[in-house]
Design a binder for this molecule. Structure first.
Ligand SMILES: [Zn+2]
Length: 318
């Protein structure tokens, strides 16, 4: 895996990543596997090489045959032709689309490979597992936070993003989606004749890494199992109802507490003639109209507080 990691590392800084024959030969087995998979393809021969006579200039290569070529020093008139085997200058180019295609296939991602930010960011595809939805990306550069605006604006009902990187990179904070970042090399290993991908570890990691219910107070988006199911209009009574439940995730909030919180936020202390119970029931049924999916009853559950008052709690769907 040394070679693949090295290539991915280089890729973070130069694209395409190029491997010389000399470097490749240090890891012959890996080189063979990567070539046979099409992940490495032969690059064009360089047109020049470093002058071995004076060691201070790049000189053009004159090819005689497949195994014989020479360069001629231009600074020393006495110098003779420097013959060499051009095969030693052979180099390989990392075939990124091929690598991503392979990753998609092996990790069971439904592939739809697209370069979404020129030469920097790719969409690999979608993954569905246990009714959870994920969008998988690959970032070539390590500066993933430069893509934050792109991710927040990305139009898709799927709001759980997996971002593969070349190396360990910092987390990314998004306002309208959840994202996890992981080095792609963590899920692949070299076997005798192929690369072996750890699909189960990868998929199980996704199932535990993402929250199953996310309410975004910034814009009212309501995401369940990775999918945007609707938006609750900010500053509406329903918004404050959802907000206080989100703020107390997995804990019962009594109808009385919800009612007084909403009245306070709305600045309408005395305008409601409803009882707390009636208000809360109405809010929940209004939320059901905005989140059009049978999921609301599963994530906003009727319950009781420890002291026995009627309450709601926002929770993971069961
Ligand atoms: Zn020279």
């Amino acid at each position: 895996m040394v070679l693949l990691k090295k290539l991915l590392n280089n890729l973070a800084f130069h694209s395409p990543a190029v491997l010389t024959e000399e470097e490749g030969k240090k890891h012959p087995k890996e080189l063979e596997v990567l070539i046979s998979l099409g992940v490495l393809k032969q690059d064009t021969f360089p047109q020049e090489r470093w002058c071995p006579s004076c060691e201070s200039e790049s000189v053009p290569i004159q090819t005689i045959s497949k195994e014989r070529a020479y360069t001629l020093c231009t600074t020393n008139e006495e110098a003779a032709r420097d013959y060499f085997d051009p095969q030693t200058l052979k180099q390989w180019q990392f075939n990124l689309p091929k690598f991503l295609e392979l990753a998609a296939k092996e990790l069971k991602i439904k592939d739809d490979i697209k370069n979404v930010v020129a030469n920097d960011l790719w969409l690999i595809g979608t993954l569905q597992k246990d009714s959870r939805h994920f969008l998988v990306f690959y970032s070539r550069t390590n500066d993933i936070n430069s893509h934050a605006a792109f991710f927040d604006a990305f139009k898709s009902p799927v709001r759980a993003f997996v971002i593969f990187t070349n190396t360990e990179t910092p987390l990314i904070n998004l306002n309208k989606a959840e994202a996890i970042v992981m080095p792609i090399a963590d899920f692949v290993e070299l076997k005798t004749k192929s690369l072996s991908w750890d699909t189960n570890t990868f998929q199980n990691h996704l199932l535990t890494a993402f929250r199953q219910v996310v309410f975004y107070p910034s814009n009212g988006d309501f995401v369940v199992l990775g999918k945007l199911l609707g938006t609750i209009t900010p500053s509406s009574p329903e918004y404050f109802f959802a907000y206080t439940l989100w703020d107390n995730f997995n804990q019962p909030v009594s109808h009385e507490s919800i009612f007084s919180y909403c009245k306070e936020q709305l600045g309408k202390q005395n305008d409601y003639t409803d009882t707390a119970q009636a208000f809360c029931n109405k809010m929940k049924s209004n939320v059901k109209k905005q989140i059009k999916n049978g999921v609301v009853d599963k994530v906003i559950a009727s319950t009781k507080t420890p002291s026995g008052s009627n309450a709601y709690k926002m929770t993971n769907p069961r």
